[in-house]
Design a protein around this ligand. Structure first.
Ligand code: AGP
Length: 605
């Protein structure tokens, strides 16, 4: 969603803010803006469009050592210059950048009265006017204003009367402080801070922090002091560069042999033929006591959860279901003491996933997280978990994080399986399967030229189908998701068995069907679905690990991944579909890393 960056210190603030905005742009990017305190005045420059539009408006740089910046993903009001943040009051005393939604904006506007003129359609602007009306001490004024707000916020405010001070606050939308000698930074995302410091503090909901050069003070809205210690982040994997690749997405796809290695690193316990997952906070006795598992996530994280459910159920014989987090939290779910709940999230900030986690914990349930972003809100609030260690994922479409989610689920399935009936021999063969995975991913990447040709051949299709069964179905869902997200080709996934119950009516020679065929006991049944598609003239692209000649005979194109065990086949096939989506998008000239209407981290409901 939107991104915030704030800086106060000895350097010129503008280059720091622009650099931060560049790194935040992937979160939301329909407009950008900055405000700086320059010679006791607040100067604000903002622009609809990408960061380069703002940069061109800043030909004559604004000087100043204290400022705030924002990238916006529109919620209230279209992406225009006026609606871009920062927002200010009539006298330009205060400037505000805000992530989140103010639900009682109408009531607050009514309170402000008719004399106030608004320059934007946003809910956020009301904060600047409320501050102006309040006046007085900066911190007290902001505290009072925040106490009137119903909704969510991560925000940063400057006041020209306090030219070196920034106040940030958090309620439901992340804010991280970056600490550095005689400077202070704040941002909504680590990506904007990692170049400057590895000393960070994550604000919790209800906290407010006053930042001055080299100094910070955190308190709660009721003025009680919060004792916060900075944590040192390991920035070894925090690589935000494209590494010479044309797109972040491409880099993130081809990096997967390494990122999977990182997810597996130190976690294969050959001595006991199991997985070593130190952060679960579950004893062996707890593990055997688990009677049911519910996995929660959104979008690709949900599809990874569905794949994980198959893995765990198959190996550990525990009933598992995966559900959209946003739906789960609103259906007054029954939380059971002997159930394990798992939330899955790359960013660790997805609002709906976080809300589901809190709902389970509120009812006394135990929640594990499978999270990529170290120190994120979900990572901090879960009872235990598995970090993916995939490194920062910048492109909006998830690839390496999705693959690492599957890898983390394989480890968990192995651990749960070995805590039950899986034999040491079977455990060892799974360990060997996982050890071989990075090399097999490298082999899949060599299919790229063939995949690019197929993408080019079908790029004009108005619609595509993805089908698979059991472990192949979540792969189909994720394949359709990737294609629609970045190429804008309409794509739907179905269990192959469902095709004849409706969607087959839409199959023509113009609708390519991607058929996922893991080499399992359902292979021949999925081949029958291929026959049904061919009988209606539909082009078939088969993605398989089987060497069946029937597949070659029927399909218009076959993309064959190396043979592997049941846990890792979905990973290999998923990577084929990532490349298919990538090359379709590139050949259609799409904005691969920043697809229209989408944001990387969805921190609003
Ligand atoms: C993935 O390609 C999507 N952009 C999206 O579905 C994403 O997976 C979803 O929003 C969940 O994000 P999270 O993993 O950060 O929670």
């Amino acid at each position: 969603m939107c991104g915030i960056i704030a800086y106060t210190g000895t350097q010129q603030a503008l280059p720091v803010l622009l650099d931060g905005l560049k790194r935040l742009e992937y979160r939301g990017y329909d407009s950008t803006g900055v405000s700086l305190i320059s010679r006791k005045r607040i100067k604000t420059v903002k622009a609809a469009g990408k960061l380069n539009v703002l940069e061109s408006k800043l030909d004559t740089p604004v000087s100043g050592h204290c400022g705030i910046g924002h990238t916006r993903w529109a919620t209230h009001g279209a992406p225009t210059d006026e609606n871009a943040h920062p927002h200010y009051d009539a006298d330009h005393r205060y400037a505000v950048v805000h992530n989140g939604i103010i639900e009682n904006v109408d009531a607050l506007k009514a309170k402000l009265g008719k004399k106030v003129t608004y320059t934007s359609e946003t809910d956020s602007e009301v904060i600047a006017h409320l501050l102006a009306q309040h006046g007085g001490d900066f911190v007290d004024a902001l505290r009072d204003v925040l106490l009137q707000i119903t909704g969510t916020y991560g925000l940063a405010v400057i006041d020209k009367e306090h030219p070196d001070t920034i106040i940030v606050a958090r309620n439901g939308s992340p804010v991280i402080l970056g600490i550095k000698d005689d400077e202070m930074l704040a941002a909504s995302d680590m990506s904007a801070l990692s170049r400057y410091t590895n000393q960070v503090i994550h604000l919790d909901d209800g906290e407010i922090a006053v930042l001055k050069p080299g100094h910070f003070e955190v308190s709660r809205l009721d003025s009680t002091v919060s004792e916060k210690q900075a944590i040192t982040l390991n920035l070894q994997n925090a690589n935000y560069d494209r590494g010479g690749h044309p797109h972040y997405l491409y880099k993130e796809i081809v990096d997967q042999p390494d990122t999977v290695r990182q997810t597996l690193s130190g976690r294969l316990d050959e001595r006991f033929s199991t997985a070593h997952l130190g952060g679960l906070n579950l004893s062996a006795r707890d593990l055997i006591g688990i009677k049911r598992i519910t996995i929660l996530g959104c979008g690709s994280a949900l599809y990874a959860g569905m794949a994980g459910a198959n893995m765990i159920e198959t190996l550990a014989r525990i009933p598992v279901n995966a559900e959209p987090a946003a739906e789960f939290r609103y259906r007054n779910p029954v939380i059971e003491q002997d159930s394990l709940y798992i939330v899955v999230s790359q960013s660790g900030e997805t609002f709906d996933t976080l809300a589901a986690l809190r709902e389970v914990q509120r009812k006394g349930g135990f929640v594990l997280g499978i999270v990529n972003s170290v120190g994120s809100t979900i990572a901090r609030e879960v009872d235990g978990g598995i970090y993916m260690h995939a490194g920062p994922e910048v492109s909006v479409a998830s690839t390496k994080a999705y693959t690492s989610m599957l890898t983390a689920f394989s480890l968990l399935a192995l651990l749960l399986g070995r805590s039950r009936d899986v034999s040491p021999q079977k455990g060892n063969s799974i360990i060997n399967e996982l050890k071989a995975l990075p090399e097999k991913i490298s082999q899949v990447l060599t299919l790229e030229t063939d995949i690019a040709k197929i993408a080019n051949k079908y790029k004009k299709s108005a619609s595509a189908f993805f089908i698979g069964r059991t472990s192949g179905f979540p792969v189909a869902l994720e394949g359709a998701q990737k294609l629609k997200e970045i190429s804008y080709i309409h794509a739907e996934a179905y269990p192959a068995s469902e095709l004849k119950h409706g969607p087959l009516a839409l199959v023509t020679k113009k609708t390519p069907c991607v058929v996922i065929l893991p080499d399992d006991e359902l292979l021949l049944k999925t081949v029958s679905s291929m026959e049904e598609i061919k009988a209606r003239g539909g082009p078939v692209i088969a993605v398989t690990s089987s060497d069946s000649k029937r597949i070659d005979k029927l399909a218009d194109a076959v993309l064959r991944v190396p043979a592997s065990g049941t846990l890792t086949q979905p990973v290999l096939m998923g990577i084929v579909l990532q490349l298919l989506a990538y090359h379709s998008a590139v050949s259609l000239g799409r904005d691969v890393d920043q697809p229209r209407n989408l944001a990387k981290s969805v921190t609003v409901e």
